[in-house]
Write a protein that binds this ligand. Structure first.
Ligand SMILES: *Cc1c(COP(=O)(O)O)cnc(C)c1O
Length: 379
């Protein structure tokens, strides 16, 4: 784990994330090692079954990362040059990189106060070149997907969900990844962690078939090429870890919810500290518990982070800049980002701070996070 603060001197630091693979993974990994098959085999199929069950979709296609999941989803929708993909300016850079790798134009609609893109704002931002809307279920909470999906149908625009942070999240009982092509990450710190890996979920038989061909060099059968493909395959070893992680997703997400509830009640009513909200109909996956330190607070976000670090509590800033506000994207011909048009994302980038909420916290840890945050803010 990164060591950036005086908390190294504190004996019982609380990390922002833990990686603790369930013991079952050890047997599954051994099974793979002894099977003679290291890539794209039966363990990947088991993983795909678990992922389809999570999303409630007919298909799940495992790929090499969350980023390649997004690229593959765009490619099987035939998104290409001059097509626009409308997404959030307040997201991890992979969302933007995937759009550019697919050769499409990235356009942005500002987030609301919960850090999500809202249906009415999306409706206003759509134009005749928009081929895909790519909502990001930030921190594990879903965008209003029933409305976005309806909008997509009405306007003839496809939906690709960036569900990299939202394993097991739902809205009105319907899971993340079931509204469009659903793209999940299995990166080492996500709610389902395999080290590296990704999943695309869909109910569409044709798209699932194209995804399977695309990930394997465009081959339907050996040396019969149907499209220009990629190597987006997953390894059996990664799949074994992910299968074990899927087995504990529901209980770990429930623990995250309990910790979030404790933090929400403990941190209520502090001037200048805005708490995350669970929006109507949502089951939140609590990938992150992210507060906003507003200008009304006695100290700013960075100072709160420093004080929590000194108290042995690791925090994270997801994300410190609007996604296109970085050198490689300034003046990029395929990036249509305008900082002046995304004031909410800009404010969020200056104010967000994520506190530990992961499943391995103890009740004591939650109390320490509450007490240290209150103390840091002069409460
Ligand atoms: C992690 C993440 C990704 C990319 O997933 P990788 O598996 O790291 O490629 C994409 N979008 C968001 C919002 C993420 O958090």
């Amino acid at each position: 784990m990164r060591d950036v603060s005086p908390r190294a001197a504190v004996p019982t630091a609380i990390p922002i994330t833990v990686v603790d693979v369930p013991a079952e993974a050890e047997d599954l990994v051994l099974e793979v090692l002894r099977s003679g098959r290291l890539a794209q085999g039966p363990m990947v199929e088991r993983l795909e079954a678990a992922a389809a069950a999570m999303a409630g979709t007919a298909h799940a296609v495992a790929v090499s990362s969350g980023t390649t999941a997004l690229v593959a989803a765009l490619e099987v929708l035939d998104v290409g040059p001059a097509d626009e993909v409308l997404t959030s300016p307040f997201t991890f850079v992979a969302t933007l990189n995937a759009i550019l790798e697919a050769g499409a134009v990235a356009t942005f609609v500002d987030v609301d106060e919960d850090g999500l893109i809202a249906p009415d704002a999306i409706a206003r931002a759509l134009n005749s070149a928009t081929r895909v809307v790519m909502p990001v279920h930030l921190y594990g909470q879903m965008v209003d997907m029933p409305s976005v999906a309806e909008l997509g149908r009405a306007r003839g625009v496809a939906i690709v969900e960036d569900a990299a942070q939202a394993h097991g999240a739902s809205i009105n009982g319907r899971a993340a990844g079931s509204f469009g092509l659903g793209c999940f990450s299995l990166y080492a710190t996500k709610n389902v962690a395999a080290g590296e890996g990704g999943i695309v979920t869909t109910d569409d038989d044709g798209l699932a078939d194209r995804l399977r061909v695309l990930r394997n060099q465009g081959m339907r059968e050996r040396y019969v090429y149907e499209v220009v493909g990629h190597n987006y395959r997953m390894t059996e070893l990664q799949a074994a870890v992910a299968v074990a992680e899927f087995g504990v997703l529901a209980t770990r997400n429930e623990r995250r919810r309990q910790h979030a509830a404790a933090l929400l009640s403990g941190l209520e009513g502090i001037d200048g500290l805005r708490l995350p909200r669970v929006l109507p109909g949502r089951v939140h996956a609590w990938h992150q518990f992210t507060v906003r330190v507003t200008p009304d607070a006695p100290i700013d976000r960075d100072e709160l982070a420093r004080r929590l670090a000194a108290a042995g509590i690791e925090t994270g800033v997801y994300y410190p800049r609007v996604v296109f506000d970085a050198d490689p994207y300034r003046g990029h011909p395929l990036v249509r980002g305008d900082l002046a048009a995304v004031p909410n994302a800009t404010a969020a980038a200056a104010e967000v701070l994520s506190l530990p909420v992961h499943w391995a916290l103890t009740d004591d840890d939650c109390a320490r996070i509450v007490d240290a945050t209150r103390a840091a803010l002069g409460e």
